[in-house]
Ligand binder design. Structure first.
Ligand code: SF4
Length: 214
């Protein structure tokens, strides 16, 4: 494996995926919060179909805070885990109204107080809705960064810390999108398409002969 810094790897990925960005559709921080809660164990394409209809009628905390859970469950049923997600969206909406004057908070410690919001979701909101440097570690970021050798931690929190150490802060948010794009399009969970991968020379998984690093 040729040793190279993380910045160089990300630059190569940026050439490969010049349009890397958040693939969830949203217009406001609150819409992004709802979409991100819905996206757990669900594709962004499916979430966008659901929110395309949902947000036409309901897109403010007030719309959800007083909604019957069964009604919201019906509206989001096709995204899986809809009972828990409905509960989280209603609970988060109530807290946003009661504790944050109706606005999605823009601080990690406050976001983490919202029902259904963990570090990954909070980082997605901070990065995309508030342009704060943040690396949200989802399943793709976790898998791809460990395969490449940018991280080796066994938990998303450990990998997040390693990536924050390895990557310049100015590239944190972009790194998140690039690793997701690469994970969805080439470095897939079931079978990475290493032949032709733009960073194979620098990738731990590839240069070690495809030994699985999951
Ligand atoms: S060489 Fe293979 S394992 Fe490494 S980043 Fe590319 S696709 Fe993923």
């Amino acid at each position: 494996m040729i040793k190279v810094d993380s910045e160089h790897i990300l630059e190569m990925l940026a050439n490969e995926y010049p349009d890397a960005k958040c693939e969830l559709s949203y217009k406001t921080p609150f819409e992004l919060l709802v979409a991100t809660i819905l996206s757990a164990q669900c594709t962004d394409v499916r979430v966008n179909i659901i929110t395309g209809d949902l947000f036409k009628e309901y897109n403010e905390p007030d719309d959800f805070a007083y909604m019957k859970q069964e009604k919201l469950e019906e509206l989001i049923r096709s995204c899986g885990f809809y009972k828990n997600k409905a509960k989280s969206i209603i609970g988060a909406s109530q807290m946003i109204i009661e504790s944050f004057a109706g606005n999605v908070p823009d601080k990690m410690e406050e976001l983490l107080k919202l029902p259904g919001v963990g570090r990954k979701t909070a980082n997605v909101i901070l990065s995309n809705a508030f342009s704060r440097p943040a690396i949200a570690v989802d399943t793709h970021v976790f898998r791809v960064s460990r395969r490449i050798g940018l991280a080796s931690g066994n938990t998303p929190d450990e990998v997040e810390r390693e990536l924050m150490d390895a990557i310049p802060i100015s590239m944190w948010s972009l790194a998140h999108h690039l690793l997701i794009f690469h994970g969805r399009r080439r470095c897939t969970a079931r079978k990475p398409q290493c032949e032709g991968c733009c960073i194979s020379r620098y990738c731990k998984y590839y240069t070690k002969g495809g030994n699985r690093v999951e």
